[in-house]
Design a protein around this ligand. Structure first.
Ligand code: GAL
Length: 416
């Protein structure tokens, strides 16, 4: 075992030197955490590894939601030069595991007792055919709204609890000359908003039937038309420069008081925290109106790519570091997400983080926890992308709501 390991390390060193990338003692990590808040969180992981004498070769691929990162990953794997560790989401992890690209982490998982502490909702993506293939970092959820408290107070707006309250709040801000909704016009961001809107209109059973079971009747229902109509209302409340805007720049609009609200996953909280803002004082976090009991989640995980043998010592160290309770607390406090283990104290978390942890636990036990369509936890990428195309085309005025419903039914049918 030992000599095999030495040989493997020597080969890895020779290969990586030839490729001009990481040294054998480094981990090369491909990820899309490039915003201020994301980079601050990633730093927690880098420092943890550096403390163990493991170097870090950074392979950032900008682009929220990770689509660009996945394109780069496919090219690297095709070229026979997979990075050591790669940020991955949901069904993408299962795909890579099915293709035989991922190292087996069962020994690390057994030594660290992952089976007992990682919630079932995450294990369904981290464990494929009984093998642990990735290390869960966090749990994010997508059905949040972020608001600038001073802007709301100045305009006499209370936290909206229903869709009608929310529409009234948007109208008030509009009349006051403030952009109601900060939005970045990218397909994954529109899909993120759609997660919440569909949940609010169709409820948990409808969300599951539409996005997880891909039930054509529900995809083509009047409720789905109502969801598209609500997307049109949201579209009418964004500023003129929304096209192509990155999500963190939309968050900055709320931070700076240039807009009232942003619908975005709790990685947005990382931006508020990074800007020194305090929940309850400077900003508010609340569930999208009509989804207060539901959680649509996505979990970032690190897949360890098979480097031609057993999991390497560096990969094992990275996986162990990621799942350690102290790291789970330190990282997620900064990232805006909540721990991927059920046994981490909420003590270090701010009010939004504590709410996130409580909401997740409650949703899991009441059957209200669902994988996010927008972030690859409801379907494989082919279906997800088919939904993206329709939602984005509708948001940009290419389809009216009725056409969008029909296009959605057809696109999902072809993709599934
Ligand atoms: C999500 C990811 C988050 C956050 C976000 C924006 O897909 O799970 O961690 O990074 O994209 O980049």
């Amino acid at each position: 075992m030992r000599s095999f390991f030495k040989t493997k390390t020597a080969i890895a060193l020779a290969l990586s030197v030839a490729a001009g990338t990481a040294t054998a003692e480094d981990v090369e990590v491909l990820h899309w955490w490039t915003s201020g808040g994301e980079a601050a969180a990633l730093n927690v992981l880098k420092q943890d590894l550096e403390g163990q004498g493991i170097g870090w070769t950074d392979m950032p691929v900008a682009g929220g939601g990770g689509e660009q990162a996945m394109t780069v990953l496919r090219a690297r794997v095709t070229a026979g030069n997979a990075p050591t560790a790669v940020q991955g989401l949901g069904f993408d992890i299962i795909d890579w595991a099915d293709q035989g690209s991922l190292a087996n982490l069962n020994d690390v998982a057994a030594a660290e007792g992952w089976d007992d502490v990682v919630p079932a909702a995450l294990q369904q993506f981290a464990k494929v055919n009984g093998e642990w293939v990735s290390a869960p970092v966090n749990v994010h959820s997508t059905n949040w709204v972020w608001a600038n408290k001073a802007v709301l107070d100045a305009n006499g707006i209370a936290m909206p609890e229903t869709w009608d309250d929310f529409v009234a709040a948007m109208d008030t801000l509009s009349a006051a000359g403030i952009t109601p909704i900060a939005h970045g016009g990218q397909a994954w961001q529109e899909a993120t908003v759609f997660d919440s809107v569909v949940m609010s209109v169709l409820g948990p059973d409808g969300y599951k039937a539409a996005f997880i079971d891909l039930d054509a009747d529900v995809l083509g229902s009047d409720g789905m038309k109502e969801a598209f109509d609500r997307m049109s209302v949201i579209r009418a409340n964004v500023d003129d420069n929304f096209s192509g805007r990155d999500w963190n720049l939309a968050t900055a609009m709320v931070i700076n008081g240039d807009a009232g609200f942003q619908m975005m996953g709790d990685w947005a909280k990382g931006e508020f925290i990074n800007a020194g803002k305090v929940p309850g004082e400077d900003f508010l976090c609340f569930r999208f109106p009509g989804t207060s009991e539901q959680v649509t989640f996505n979990a970032d995980q690190f897949m360890m790519f098979d480097q031609g043998g057993a999991v390497s010592a560096e990969q094992a160290a990275l996986a162990t570091a990621i799942l350690s309770p102290s790291f789970q607390s330190a990282f997620n406090v900064v990232k805006g997400s909540v721990p991927a283990r059920t046994d981490v104290s909420n003590e270090a978390f701010d009010a939004c983080g504590k709410k996130g942890m409580a909401d997740l636990a409650a949703a899991a036990s009441s059957g209200n926890l669902f994988g996010s369509m927008a972030h690859g936890h409801a379907n494989p990428a082919s279906v997800k992308n088919a939904i993206y195309d329709v939602v984005t085309a509708h948001f940009n005025g290419e389809y009216d709501s009725e056409t969008a419903v029909q296009e959605l039914v057809d696109a999902v049918d072809i993709a599934k």
